[in-house]
Design a protein around this ligand. Structure first.
Ligand code: ADP
Ligand code: ASP
Ligand code: MG
Length: 439
């Protein structure tokens, strides 16, 4: 028998109708033996994700506020799913335990993780599949990093005892047993971990779009679907804001060479996107695979005459960031200038320290700070084989009357990164997309 691991995102699990559709998809193919679920997402525009409600609940409990109304709303959503599916189960004891956990400060991650925990319990009962709690099979190290090999050993041994099972996504356990979550959207990572441990032939990631699109559908109207994309291209795009798959989700499947298929729960007949290790196939007309971007970056621009011959200048600047545990994104440089591009969230509350440190340890002629920067990544495995891609990107940007603040190209020629003003973000993405799609 083949093994296919399926992961269903929040919108695919938002209410009882969605559960029915998910169960229909799983039952259609007996190879779909292991299922990973997110917490229920939004049912309609303006609705709340259960995960966000749990975070809010925890914050209220932490502030000493009463959480009863909010908690009843959360349990009400699960009970509606149970009732409408006609299931003969009750999660009341679980609700009671979780509510107490909130007041007893069992942890923010514990609170957030309950969204997937409860959802997996319901789906397991509905499908008559086993339930496997992620805290028993997914492990983190003491420093909070994911313990991949230990997890793989324990989980693959455990799977041998279960022909079919449902797992809650998003979380695992610390060495002392407390719950820790991945970052937001982390159920995609759980799906990939289970696929590796199961030695699956395929990891299906079911969501609310018919595949990975060439650009964010909230910015570009009806973008084209990417038929095939490599792990590395996908990581570049998802890191830069194409949120359809978590950027760390490729690592477990990459080790085992398992392809990922992004599929639409509402349109299972659509082929979706295949994510593979490598492929010779590419669209000779478009050349690029996709475009993504993010707002919220700051540039620290440093200049000093003869910087080019001052051995150790760069190390001194980066040493200051390291002391404050700040990671940087890009380091464009000239002969006597160097810029460090950093996420605003990394710099928050630390900028003064960084600027003083640069003054004292690197003695520059000048330092300036520019915030409100957006980065856009144009990604494509075919760029290395074709000429004129950069020219097309910059023609589009110039025609859109946008000023480029930074340009960077990865050494593997997989991407071109452009820094622009945040206010030009959407129009630049649209302009680049139009230039390539026009051909
Ligand atoms: P799920 O709840 O299934 O995990 P997500 O909300 O995490 O789903 O991801 C799917 C959403 O990602 C889509 O609804 C879409 O709005 C957004 N998105 C952003 N960029 C892209 C892209 N390039 N391709 C497809 N979807 C994208
Ligand atoms: N429920 C979690 C979140 O909202 C994890 C996930 O959906 O993948 O981030
Ligand atoms: Mg997601």
């Amino acid at each position: 028998m083949r093994t296919v691991v399926t992961k269903f995102g929040g919108t695919s699990m938002a209410d009882a109708d969605k559960f029915r559709q998910v169960a229909h998809i799983i039952r259609e193919d007996p190879d779909r033996r292991y299922v990973v679920v997110s917490a229920p997402g939004k049912r309609f525009k303006g609705d709340f994700k259960i995960t966000d409600m749990f975070y809010l609940c925890y914050e209220k409990a932490e502030a000493g506020e009463n959480i009863d109304v909010l908690f009843d709303e959360i349990s009400g959503r699960y009970n509606a799913i149970i009732d409408e599916l006609g299931l003969n189960i009750s999660l009341d004891r679980e609700f009671q335990r979780i509510r107490n956990g909130m007041y007893n400060m069992t942890g923010r991650d514990y609170a957030a993780s309950r969204g997937e925990y409860l959802n997996a319990k319901i789906l397991a009962a509905y499908l008559h599949y086993d339930f496997i709690d992620a805290r028993e099979v997914i492990f983190f190290n003491n420093d909070g990093t994911f313990n991949a090999e230990y997890t793989n050993d324990v989980l693959s041994a455990r799977l041998k005892r279960h022909e079919r099972a449902v797992f809650p996504g998003f979380y695992g356990a610390m060495p002392n047993g407390t719950i820790k979550t991945f970052s937001r959207g982390g159920s995609d990572i759980t799906g990939s971990i289970v696929a590796r441990a199961a030695g699956a032939e395929l990891y299906e990631n079911w969501t609310d779009v018919s595949g990975f699109l060439m650009a964010d559908p909230r910015i570009v109207d009806d973008p084209k679907i990417i038929k095939t994309i490599t792990y590395r291209e996908l990581r570049e795009l998802s890191y830069m804001g194409a949120t359809v798959l978590h950027e760390d989700a490729i690592f477990p499947v990459q080790i085992a060479g398992i392809p990922i298929n992004i599929k639409n729960t509402d349109r299972p007949q659509d082929r979706g996107t295949m994510i593979v290790a490598d492929t010779p196939e590419y669209d000779t007309k478009n050349v690029i695979t996709g475009i993504a971007g993010r707002k919220g970056f700051t540039a620290i621009n440093i200049s000093k005459d003869l910087m080019n011959v001052e051995v150790g200048f760069g190390r001194r600047v980066l040493g200051i960031l390291e002391k404050k545990k700040i990671s940087f994104e890009h380091l464009p440089s000239g002969i006597d200038t160097m810029s460090v591009i950093v996420k605003n969230s990394e710099l928050s509350g630390k900028l003064d320290y960084v600027l003083n440190g640069i003054q004292q340890e690197a003695c520059p002629d000048s330092v300036s700070v520019e915030d409100g920067i957006a980065l856009i990544a144009v990604v494509g495995r075919a760029m290395v084989k074709s000429k004129g891609t950069a020219a097309k990107v910059f023609k589009a940007i110039a025609e859109a009357d946008v000023n480029v603040k930074m340009i960077d190209q990865g050494s593997d020629e997989l991407n071109i990164i452009i820094g622009i003003d945040e206010e030009d973000f959407e129009k630049t993405i649209r302009a680049i997309y139009a230039e390539f799609i026009r051909g």
